[in-house]
Structures are given as C-alpha cells and as structure tokens.
Design a protein around this ligand. Structure first.
Ligand SMILES: Nc1ncnc2c1ncn2[C@@H]1O[C@H](COP(=O)(O)OP(=O)(O)OP(=O)(O)O)[C@@H](O)[C@H]1O
Ligand SMILES: [Mg+2]
Length: 372
C-alpha cells in the first residue's frame, strides 16, 4: 500500500540479530531489511519471537548477537531513547494521570523542544488522528479506540524514523478494530513511516501490509507479499498458517525443474506437482491443496471420496470429504444445492494449484548447554 505517498522513514536493517535467554533461543540469528516507508507485518503463533524482534529493534532488549541499523546509523548499542523509534503497545501504556495533550507532548518535552513548537506539533497530530478538542481530557475518560489513537499520536509526534506496533488493536472489539485499521492505513499512506506491525489477525495483515514475515520457533520462516505466502509457501508451517489448507503427507520420489513426483498415500496415487525448493527425496513433506482448488465430479478419473458434511455459507459451500484411505479433506465450492451428504464423488484439483512443501524444523531449538 505504500506504492504511493511520501517516504519519510529510514530503512531498517537487522543483520544476524539474535536473542538467547540462558540456553533458550527466543530469536535465532535473523536477517531482515524493512525498506524506507514500507509497512511490514510480523505474523506468527504465541511465543514465536515477534515481540522479541520488536523489542530488540526498539532497544528495550539487548541482542545476544548481530547488528541493527536505521538508515546509516548503527544503533545496536544505543539506548532506546536515542534511536528515534516510535512504539505502540497492545495495552495503550498511556500515562494515566496526564491529559491527552500531556501524553502526546511527553516525547517532545523529553527532547526539550521549545514550548510553541510542542503546542503546534501536538495540535497537528491530534487533528490528524481525529482527536481535535481532546487535548485537555484525562486519558481515563476515553474509549479504548480513542486511547489507542492517543498512543499512536504519541508515537508519531516525535517523527520517528521507524514505527513499531505490537498488536495495537488487540484489545479492541471487532468493529472498532476495523475502523482503526482503516485509520492506520490512511495514516500510513499519508506519512509513509517505516513500520513493523505485529498482529495475530491475518485479515488485518492483508489490509495493512506491503510484506508479511511469518515467524515460528524464533525464526522468520518466510518473508514476502501476501500472495507469495499464500500461493508459494516455503514449508508446511507457512502453508498451514496462512489461509485454509489441506496438508496430506507425501513421499517425494524425485524433483526436477520446480516439479516433484510425489507418492500421495491418502490418494493411493503418484502425481507430479509444483514443489517448494526444500521438498526433496528422503525428507518429510506434505501436499498442499487449498479448499477452493478442489473440484468435484460425479465420475471421471478423480480420487474416489464420499461427502460427509455440507455447510452452506451463502454464496459458498464448505464440504468435508472422506477419501477411501480414511483421510478427511476440506473443499469449498460455489454453492450448488445438488451436493448432498453421503454422495460419492470424484475429487480432482486445479492443476498448478497443488504444491509439495517440506516440513522444516520449526520448534525453538535449545542449545546443548547454556552458552549464550
Ligand atoms: N525475559 C525473558 N526471559 C526468558 N524468556 C523470554 C523472555 N522474554 C521472552 N521470552 C521467551 O521468548 C519466546 C518469544 O517470546 P515473544 O514475546 O517474542 O513471543 P511473541 O511471538 O511476541 O508471542 P505473543 O504472540 O504471545 O505475544 C517465548 O518463548 C518467551 O517465553
Ligand atoms: Mg508478543
């Protein structure tokens, strides 16, 4: 989304940045470049290292190894307050006994800006956040959404080189989330700050991000556009984490030119499919089939299956099928009332849309002893 609009941030570069607590690696050595003005989202399960990566970047946590650069500056050993980074947390973290205006002015006061400049900047950012007239209000008298907009205003008013947001909308209800998301999107288009954003919500990642990094086990498993992640996942974890998926265990027999010959036990067949580079003979792998890429026919040479559940969702229908091997798979079709539970069908798939993916180790690794 930052294809248009200003570029007022600096690029951020992490090189082999890692964090260990005793023998536990919260973040494996990680390389990451966030382009100037880019909006990058970290997606991943609880404990995967998202907050650790943000806190290292902000300077709240000291790295075990590696280097962090903002533009030309090496900030690796710089205290947080000298990094010129704006941070927004999940739970507002506003100063409860200050007014909205005092909260927003805080970072500018610390920087000892002249009073008139502070007043002008605070008024400007409050207006941008649609909080005109709120300056004198105690923050306790604000709604959740308003408080989070104050937190954003406080992070943005210092004109940060990099803006970091850790699940900033996590405490808001769904409707409010949606409206603050759109606000964030508008704001980013307008200001173009280099941003790292953490969320659990895939849809939110879609709305906001230029690129998404999927994390698991203290590693970035894959970094790419949402399309890359959905259409070309590098491993079974990413395939299972982004969108809905059927993942069927396979044996990889051979690979050549981006194709793999795989033995699909659930189908009792050997088929040729596109493959991720890591799926090689001898390593565990799965076949990825998205529910919307499954085709059902009354006859033909598809894999025989029985419809065991049909759920009408309006325009689409969610179908559960059981193959003769006993394996269940999910399909999604444009609603066709002729589909009935108990019917015998033949399952095929849109060619080019199934993919072999390796099972990478994705659990946090423990070092042999605490040598960090
Ligand atoms: N101060 C600490 N001491 C020891 N272990 C820590 C510390 N901080 C984080 N960890 C561990 O590091 C791992 C990564 O934590 P982190 O907070 O980065 O996860 P996260 O991806 O942000 O998860 P969530 O989605 O739950 O916020 C977790 O296993 C966590 O328990
Ligand atoms: Mg976290």
């Amino acid at each position: 989304m930052s294809q248009t609009g200003p570029r007022s941030g600096q690029p951020l570069r992490l090189t082999r940045v890692s964090k260990a607590y005793g023998g536990f690696k919260a973040l494996e050595p990680t390389d990451l470049v966030v382009n100037a003005g880019e909006f990058l989202t970290l997606l991943g399960p609880s404990g995967s290292g998202k907050t650790t990566l943000l806190n290292l970047t902000a300077g709240y946590v000291e790295p075990t190894g590696g280097e962090i650069r903002i533009g030309e500056r090496d900030v690796t050993r710089l205290p947080a307050r000298h990094r010129n980074i704006g941070m927004v947390f999940q739970n507002y973290a506003l100063f409860p006994h200050m007014s909205v205006g005092e909260n927003v002015a805080y970072g500018l006061n610390v920087r000892r800006l002249p009073k008139t400049d502070i007043a002008r900047k605070v008024a400007g950012i409050l207006s941008l956040m649609r909080l005109d007239g709120f300056a004198e209000r105690p923050v306790q008298q604000l709604s959740g959404g308003q408080q989070q907009r104050v937190a954003l205003a406080r992070a943005l008013v210092i004109e940060p080189d990099v803006l970091l947001m850790d699940e900033p909308l996590g405490a808001l209800d769904k409707q409010l989330r949606r409206s603050v998301q759109l606000e964030l999107r508008r704001l980013h288009q307008r200001l173009g700050r280099t941003t790292i954003y953490v969320t659990h919500d895939q849809e939110e990642a879609l709305v906001l991000s230029d690129r998404v990094a999927v994390m698991d086990g203290g590693r970035i498993q894959q970094l790419g556009t949402v399309d890359d992640l959905y259409d070309r996942p590098v491993n079974a974890f990413v395939a299972g984490f982004i969108g809905e998926s059927n993942l069927l265990p396979v044996r990889v027999l051979s690979t050549a030119g981006g194709q793999a010959l795989v033995d699909v036990e659930a189908f009792r067949r050997t088929i040729s499919v596109e493959t991720a580079p890591g799926a090689v003979p001898g390593e565990p792998a799965s076949l990825l089939i998205r529910p919307e890429h499954i085709e059902l026919a009354g006859d033909g040479d598809g894999v025989p299956a029985e419809i065991v559940e049909v759920i009408y969702l309006g325009e689409l229908t969610q179908i559960t099928l059981r193959l003769e091997s006993g394996q269940a798979i999910a399909a999604r079709q444009i609603t066709d009332r002729a589909l009935q539970t108990g019917a015998r069908v033949r399952v095929s798939w849109k060619s080019g849309h199934v993919r072999a993916v390796p099972h990478f180790p994705s659990k946090p690794t423990k070092t042999e002893k605490a040598d960090a």
